[in-house]
Design a binder for this molecule. Structure first.
Ligand SMILES: Cc1ncc(COP(=O)(O)O)c(C=O)c1O
Length: 383
């Protein structure tokens, strides 16, 4: 519907990228993550901004995403399992992150059969129990790359299960880093130029808050999109640094008023009349529903109308939800057709953060961001 918009503040995106670059420093590197349509923000616009900010490598999940990005201006790291290894032959700027011997053998065979060569990275599992080789595979992998010289091992990486605890003694992050350190050291003996990357957004934030000098490269999604992970049970100094770090929200989700009606006390709203008016109420119908990617469980959550918080009442429908405007308009005034509603983001002096929105759903900002349907138009501004 025309009133539904995901507004994307490209200036905030640029600021967050610059903040990341400042923390990471000149001696390290980072792969911004633009998978899943750049976390819903829009892969093409985000990649454009990244290149304008001097970054020319991005992380994606699939070759389908790489195809859709269709850019030769950036080196693309593909993190998901290999789907069609032949596609890499005509795309030398695609680098697979290989996580299993099955994929390694298939990829190697394709490259060899075509008398070609290709860069690859490999990924180890150090605690996620997700994709990746085991540390005990290290020697076998080193031998493999010694004999299969058509594959150029450029990078090695792992993914932390809880990066924000990186500065806490005996944390899982600390143990996972130790494991990765051993793997990296072994591989470096044979390939001194190998790139090692490990930090995600929460780990970069954690290392910044604790002034840790981490020697590994970063792969960041949430951070550049303005998601600031909470750090809990940390030192006062770390918490102070956390509060001083300004990550700017990049997205604002907006919808509009379609119509309104005054209902009598006791009248039900939406399916199953889950909400009934305690007094006569001024109820507006809003242009967004769960088919647009907001959750059906938003009932009871606030949205912003004329810079004030008003509650969603009754069940969220497929294409609509209802809000109670009585606290702002009373019973006599009608909202204008198309009047703006902010579901998360700022309106006048009020803000509903994406984190607050996600918490109300028992979720995280990443899930909220990636659920916004492509039917919601993305509107970019760079002021
Ligand atoms: C392997 C890997 N690295 C890095 C990231 C980026 O994480 P974040 O968005 O928290 O920075 C992800 C995100 O899903 C990932 O799967």
């Amino acid at each position: 519907m025309k009133y539904n918009k995901l507004e994307v503040n490209l200036k905030a995106l640029r600021t967050n990228i610059k903040t990341a670059l400042k923390i990471i420093g000149k001696n390290n590197f980072f792969y911004p993550f633009v998978k899943s349509n750049a976390y819903g923000v829009g892969i093409h616009e985000v990649t454009r901004i990244l290149t304008e900010e001097g970054l020319h490598e991005v992380g994606l999940l699939t070759s389908e995403e790489a195809r859709s990005l269709n850019s030769k201006k950036v080196q693309i790291l593909i993190f998901g399992p290999i789907e069609k290894s032949e596609e890499f032959l005509s795309n030398p700027h695609w680098t697979p992150i290989i996580s299993s011997f099955d994929d390694l053998n298939i990829f190697s065979q394709t490259i060899m059969n075509n008398k070609s060569s290709h860069n690859i990275h490999i990924k180890f599992d150090v605690g996620m129990s997700r994709l990746g080789f085991d540390s005990k595979d290290t020697d076998e992998l080193i031998s493999f790359f010694k004999t299969n010289t058509h594959l150029k091992l450029q990078g090695v990486c792992a993914h932390l299960s809880r990066g924000e605890d990186i500065g806490i003694p005996n944390s899982s992050a600390g143990k996972q880093i130790e494991q990765f350190k051993k793997i990296g050291k072994e591989i470096k003996k044979h390939i001194p130029s190998i790139k090692q990357h490990l930090l995600n957004s929460s780990a970069l934030l954690g290392s910044f808050c604790h002034d840790l000098d981490i020697e590994y490269g970063s792969r960041l999604g949430g951070f550049i999109y303005g998601i600031k992970h909470d750090i809990e049970n940390q030192t006062q100094t770390a918490l102070k640094k956390w509060s001083q770090l300004d990550l700017q929200p990049v997205t604002t989700l907006k919808a509009g008023v379609l119509s309104s009606r005054v209902i009598s006390q006791g009248c039900g709203v939406s399916y199953d009349s889950l909400w009934k008016a305690k007094t006569d109420s001024n109820i507006a119908v809003i242009s967004m529903g769960y088919a647009d990617g907001i959750s059906r469980n938003l009932t009871g959550m606030d949205v912003l109308f004329r810079g004030q918080r008003v509650p969603i009442v009754g069940a969220v429908c497929m294409n609509f939800f209802m809000i109670d405007l009585t606290p702002v308009l009373g019973l006599k005034e009608k909202p204008k057709r198309g009047e703006e509603i902010v579901i998360y983001g700022k309106q006048q002096n009020q803000e509903i953060t994406i984190k607050e929105h996600a918490q109300a759903l028992g979720s995280i900002p990443y899930e909220v961001m990636t659920h916004i349907s492509p039917s919601v138009q993305r509107v970019y501004y760079d002021l």
